[in-house]
Ligand binder design. Structure first.
Ligand SMILES: *[C@@H]1O[C@H](CO)[C@@H](O)[C@H](O)[C@H]1NC(C)=O
Ligand SMILES: *[C@@H]1O[C@H](CO)[C@@H](O)[C@H](O)[C@H]1NC(C)=O
Ligand SMILES: *[C@@H]1O[C@H](CO)[C@@H](O)[C@H](O)[C@H]1NC(C)=O
Length: 386
């Protein structure tokens, strides 16, 4: 009986991951049944086995990009108020929806309002109460970037990697050919929810099958720059701002991520590589975007999408505003390739997606270590759901 409830809770957990990762109505019933088949009693009843599996042969990583920022080394983009502003394509609210067990998610990228915005697949602004989480699940073909704004999230994968990211930290995960992991939010003493952003970035087709890798970026490693006489603070998570470079080699697909706080009366001109897809997401307050005399007010939980042409994004907060605006500004190299996604597998054709399901099920081609593996942190969740 215990086994049965345990099994049921795993299935519920898996379904909630899928629902969280992708609208369930967008999965064919055959994919759902394939996913359910993945849960067989043998693996779920197995006790913690950390038996070493044959390590898959590493594939070499082609050097597609000469520089992680796609710019010649040492080059800095500069901009002034005279720079040509990017035009706003659209502004829309990230609607809140219930996802998984106990999680609230505001999704902007990856909804009907913003699809096919390469290299970005999804942006979730999540809020997860203690007791909820994402137990063991697979990925292939994308990078996930998790930026924690409040609380803590534990992480554990089938290669034995384990860690925690806390408020202000990020984790860059390249799923590559395959990863199975669990992401479990912390139980905060005050009962508060764990809040953060998770961005999914597509991998270039040549890099879909690289070895998985992680790079944790601690809050203390992120350079900060103050501009406009201290009225604006920019955390350079990835990319560059006002002559300051971020830590390098965080992700394979070149992506810039800036966390910008603009206090009342403050303004900033932020250059972005021309031709890259870019958007802003307002976490707190409201900010004005665009040229003086033709500005658009973008409010909390709204996503502002820019046209790829233009040198810079101009942001300002009115002198009389009640509070500061905090937003993330994100830009990335568009990848010229087809995206075929089913839940946690993001590839370039339907055949490759079926292959991913097959490889996961048969523990091959990167999923060797999934055999008999079960995370420690995901187990506590399954037991807690009895
Ligand atoms: C799922 O997708 C369907 C069809 O696109 C839509 O009607 C529904 O509102 C979506 N649900 C959520 C929770 O996004
Ligand atoms: C399913 O996803 C595809 C691509 O992401 C999209 O074109 C299609 O409209 C979606 N269908 C539903 C029912 O949401
Ligand atoms: C004003 O800004 C909007 C949004 O960026 C743009 O579409 C429009 O062309 C701009 N108008 C002028 C006169 O520059």
């Amino acid at each position: 009986m215990k086994t049965l409830t345990f099994l049921a809770s795993i299935i519920i957990g898996l379904c909630s991951i899928i629902a969280f990762r992708q609208n369930l109505s967008n999965l064919t019933s055959s994919t759902v049944s394939q996913l359910l088949q993945l849960i067989n009693p043998e693996t779920t009843t197995a006790t913690t086995t950390t038996t070493a599996q044959a390590t898959p042969k590493p594939t070499t990583t082609p050097n597609l990009f000469t520089h992680p920022l796609d710019l010649p080394p040492g080059t800095h983009l500069t901009a002034t108020t005279m720079s040509i502003s990017r035009t706003i394509r659209k502004v829309f609210l990230a609607l809140e929806q219930a996802e998984g067990a106990g999680a609230r998610v505001r999704r902007s990228v990856g909804t009907p309002s913003l699809r096919n915005f390469s290299p970005f697949l999804m942006l979730d602004h999540f809020s997860i109460k203690p007791g909820a989480g994402f137990p063991d699940h697979p990925h292939r073909g994308q990078e996930t970037i998790t930026y924690l704004l409040h609380g803590g999230v534990d992480h554990e994968d089938f290669a034995g990697n384990r860690g925690t990211i806390n408020s202000g930290d990020l984790q860059f995960m390249t799923a590559g050919r395959g990863i199975v992991h669990a992401e479990m939010p912390r139980q905060n003493a005050d009962g508060s929810a764990n809040v953060g952003l998770q961005l999914w970035v597509d991998l270039p087709k040549e890099l879909k099958m690289v070895e998985p890798r992680y790079r944790d970026l601690r809050a203390s490693e992120i350079p900060k720059v103050e501009v406009d006489e201290g009225r604006v603070t920019i955390k350079v998570i990835s990319g560059q701002s006002h002559g300051i470079d971020s830590v390098k080699d965080l992700a394979y697909t070149p992506v810039w991520i800036l966390d910008i706080e603009v206090r009342p009366g403050g303004k900033v001109v932020q250059p972005l590589p021309e031709g890259w897809n870019a958007f802003g997401y307002v976490l707190e307050g409201a900010a004005l975007f665009g040229e003086k005399g033709n500005q658009t007010l973008v409010e909390q939980y709204h996503n502002v999408v820019f046209e790829p042409q233009g040198e810079a994004v101009k942001i300002e907060v009115d002198e009389g505003a009640e509070k500061a605006a905090r937003l993330v500004l994100i830009a990335g190299t568009p990848l010229d390739q087809k995206v075929v996604q089913h839940g946690p597998f993001v590839l370039n054709s339907q055949e490759q997606v079926y292959q991913a399901f097959m490889d996961y099920q048969t523990h091959t081609n990167g999923f060797e270590r999934a055999k008999n593996w079960e995370s420690e942190i995901g187990k506590t969740f399954a037991e807690g759901r009895h």
